[in-house]
Design a protein around this ligand. Structure first.
Ligand code: PHB
Length: 359
């Protein structure tokens, strides 16, 4: 029988009971100092029947933050908080990787230590406004990173990877998507550098590949995934030739033997119209496992797996509203509808109170 969403699979060293993956979802409900709390434990444990949970994007250092109430993965207290989550998910037979995040220019001095300026490949202010503790505020012009500062950022990824392993995660996902730091280096709308990290596609991909190399050396390639979003315009992003850029990146990632490549196959958050892109051709450049994401339903997910395009499908909004999404897909049961007003911040409302199917 052909594989479908309910077939088990292996992504590197991670065994999945099914191919229904929970996508990374920013929820802004962590405790003080970026420490995951008991409500966060309940939320992830409720969703442990996913074949794999990818956590919300998680800052790797104090300078990597860009929104209120994010959890971090760089202090002992954060490790202890996350350990409760990985233990709860594992106790229910689930698997969980953490998404490692540096926001780059998508931040604001009020969110950073000592009111620091956000950093970026180039000093280009993104259009739009930051979510801060004082409400929406215009983005500022970021500070262009010196090449000499990049090794310290790579080390922040290494430190966070060690913290993730100490917290009991099954692996890590390097967030190189959606207009955050690594994506800002990849795409030429945000990267105007004239050194080894800008200009050619090879140069723009350099920081990502250095980060992946260092993370792989820390965790082992079979525990590392990478997330890309070739044409997502969200966060004021654009590239002049995304097909060539991301096919190069997919090929370059082959050398590592990663657990998986994960792609956002379009635009999110109404950030504008995504440029045309051939995701089937792109995927063929990557020799390992592939997680497809964005607006899939059950039928399209099964079709993408049956055709060989994807090994697993990541579902975002459906997992916010349906902790038992796997069971509902299996039974063709109706889905709860997500309330977008409670996506970001707040309490258990719209977070841990979505109903399971009646027993
Ligand atoms: C968000 O908080 O809106 C957000 C965070 C991470 C992403 C995308 C969106 O990758």
């Amino acid at each position: 029988m052909a594989n479908d969403l309910f077939s088990p699979t292996q992504l590197g060293s991670i065994h999945l009971n099914n191919r229904i993956v929970m996508a990374p979802l920013t929820r802004n409900r962590a405790g003080e100092h970026g420490v995951p709390n008991d409500l966060n434990v309940t939320y992830y444990a409720q969703r442990a029947t996913a074949g794999l949970i990818i956590t919300e994007a998680t800052p790797i250092s104090p300078l990597a933050h860009g929104y209120p109430a994010l959890p971090g993965i760089y202090t002992e207290a954060q490790i202890a908080g996350w350990k409760k989550i990985t233990d709860a998910v594992h106790a229910k037979g689930g698997k969980i990787v953490i998404q490692l995040w540096h926001v780059g220019r998508i931040s604001h001095p009020s969110l950073l230590p000592d009111g620091a300026l956000p950093v970026a490949p180039s000093a280009i202010k993104p259009a739009g406004q930051a979510f801060t503790y004082q409400g929406l505020q215009d983005y500022v012009t970021p500070r262009a990173l010196e090449a000499s500062e990049l090794p310290a950022i790579v080390q922040d990824y290494v430190h966070a990877t060690k913290a993730a392993l100490a917290a009991g995660f099954d692996g890590v996902e390097v967030h190189a998507a959606n207009g955050y730091l690594l994506d800002q280096f990849l795409r030429d709308g945000s990267n105007k550098r004239t050194d080894n990290y800008g200009g050619s596609i090879e140069n723009r991909a350099r920081l990502l590949l250095e980060v992946v190399d260092a993370v792989v050396k820390t965790a082992g390639a079979d525990k590392v995934g990478v997330r890309l979003s070739p044409v997502n315009p969200f966060n004021d992003m654009h590239d002049s030739n995304p097909q060539a850029l991301f096919e190069y990146v997919a090929e370059a990632l082959n050398r590592f033997n990663l657990a998986y490549l994960h792609a956002v196959e379009g635009g999110i958050h109404g950030g504008g119209k995504a440029d045309p892109f051939d995701f089937v051709a792109f995927r063929k450049h990557f020799k390992g496992s592939y997680i497809a994401n964005l607006s899939y339903d059950k039928a399209r997910g099964n079709a993408a797996i049956a055709s060989g395009h994807a090994d697993a499908i990541a579902y975002g909004v459906p997992f916010i509203a349906n902790p038992d999404l796997v069971e509902r897909f299996k039974l063709d049961a109706p889905l709860n509808v997500a309330d977008s007003k409670s996506f970001y911040g707040g309490t258990e409302k719209g977070y841990t109170d979505y109903p399971f199917l009646a027993a």
